[in-house]
Write a protein that binds this ligand. Sequence first.
Ligand SMILES: Cc1cc2nc3c(=O)[nH]c(=O)nc-3n(C[C@H](O)[C@H](O)[C@H](O)COP(=O)(O)OP(=O)(O)OC[C@H]3O[C@@H](n4cnc5c(N)ncnc54)[C@H](O)[C@@H]3O)c2cc1C
Length: 594
Amino acid sequence: MTYRAPVDDILLSLNHGAGLLAAAKAGHLGDYDLDMTAAVIEEAGKFATDILDPLNQPGDRAGVKLTDKGVATAPGWKDAYKQWTEAGWNAVSGPEEYGGQGLPLAIHSVTNEIWSASNIAFDLCPLLTQSAIDALHAHGSEELKAIYLAKLISGEWPGTMQLTEPQAGTDVGALRTRAEKQADGSYRLFGTKIFITYGDHDMSDNIVHFILARLPGSPAGSKGITLFLAPKFMVNADGSLGARNDIHASGIEHKLGIHASPTCTMTMGDKGGAIAYVVGKENGGMAAMFTMMNQARLGVGLQGVGVADRAYQRALAYAQDRKQGKAVGSTNTGSDPIIAYPDVKRNLMLMRGMTAAARTICYATAVAIDMSHRATDEKVRARAAARGALLTPMAKAFSTDISNEVAAIGVQVHGGMGFMEETGAAQYVRDARILTIYEGTNGVQANDLLMRKLQMSGGEAVWDLLEELSVIVREVESSNDPAFGTTGAKLRDAVASVERTSKWLLEKIASAPRDALAGATPYLRLFSVTLGGCSLAKEALAARNDESMQGDTGRYATLARFFAENVTVQSGALERSVIDSADAVNGADAVLVA
Ligand SMILES: Cc1cc2nc3c(=O)[nH]c(=O)nc-3n(C[C@H](O)[C@H](O)[C@H](O)COP(=O)(O)OP(=O)(O)OC[C@H]3O[C@@H](n4cnc5c(N)ncnc54)[C@H](O)[C@@H]3O)c2cc1C
């Protein structure tokens, strides 16, 4: 069953749910030409359908191999990457002065979803290259940018992001990779990094590694780390490739999923140290790391949306095809397709609804980040930056949580065949599993939402967003459209839950932070199901007025209603979980004994 980019859903979500249209019309996206949106999405969809999707299952089976020449990717990978970069897909949102197309992050985000849906293991290479581009563009010297930025943006030389060491995972500040300054101003790196995505491969002539390391005498912890750039092959003055640098993949992991994406142990310093250059300032690694990670977090959220959508598409096709028994009330003479059963319909609606909600949360994050860079009015930029910061942990954690749920339901819809690899549904369960872990685990995202984002300006970004959600609630209620059922009431209750819970948490963060932290994960879910529910309702309202959506009005209202009545309705329970269960969580030591 071939992947098809859901162009209508994407456009509705992006233009209306995430507010791209309004932002562009208000002039907050610079000179972005709205007419381009549909064409870019359709072209990306075609590439994904024709080139990436057919490689997904074979790549999963073939995996990658470590040879004496380095890491060999799965058959077809190198050629697909060449076609993909030549078509300009790596450069979508790159700065124009370095050969990028300068399109908004929102458009880049849509394409990221599409690559992930068709082939998530492939998508990982450009996803990390994007982080490298962001870090170099924001923090690198003009000299480094002149040598490396255009190559990274075109994708000719992909990038890696190397933070993790055996003792330094979530706690990046515990890293030990050592940097030594040389007389010529360059540095030599010594140490080992683990779990490095696309740390080595055969898809390009060179790879640009971005590595966090520690200089002698630097402060302990995260204040004493520095970001370095070290190419796989040194670059000569004329731009040609020179000697092999002293950094190589010394091992690859055997993993639960994303088999076609190499996850490497990287060794530096076997031959005198990897030659490297500082990106930004010595001991300024944390700032550079946050630049790298922020958009990567959104990128991983979009991977979640992509995998969820692919799992949904496959499950829907199977449910329409697979016949079993007779549904209550059926007038068919033969047996019915399983989609006739209410329980199967419910599963498919859950898959579709959660995917659509997560999609809009991710796109809205991207639109906010775009406005924070492109709007001319300083106030608009500041408000958008606060919105983007608030939404980022939800975009990452909610989308990847639901990708696991959706992929698991997809297997369920397939019955026993879902457990068999040949169906393809099982791969999504395996591939989705990493998404809640890398780029900051989802527990870390929930803590970030609570301790940083909620707290920003005493909760101002939260109240600002809740005000917008309340307007949507009023519009749903005043529409008097029976297709919405009890949507308005469910959303109203949920918005009130988020408001009460946020106030309770703000008070606890000040007086009893351990109590607040105990509720971080249910708070992130509460906020996300409320935001997701309101977003779907907003889209359904917009679809009624959008000429290109004529005839689809009922479809989107039904989806919004299903989500509100089945998912957003959980807000009350999530509120109670945050507020009532802190004692049980923090009193758990008595229970959690071996
Ligand atoms: C396939 C794969 C690809 C990866 N790619 C890269 C890459 O390209 N570059 C790179 O640098 N790294 C990469 N990583 C590493 C990844 O980012 C880390 O695995 C992740 O950050 C978690 O670190 P850890 O595995 O050490 O887990 P730990 O930090 O040991 O965490 C274990 C558990 O404890 C929880 N926990 C830890 N600290 C806290 C805290 N302060 N508050 C609350 N909960 C906490 C976590 O949420 C988690 O559930 C990759 C990992 C994998 C598996």
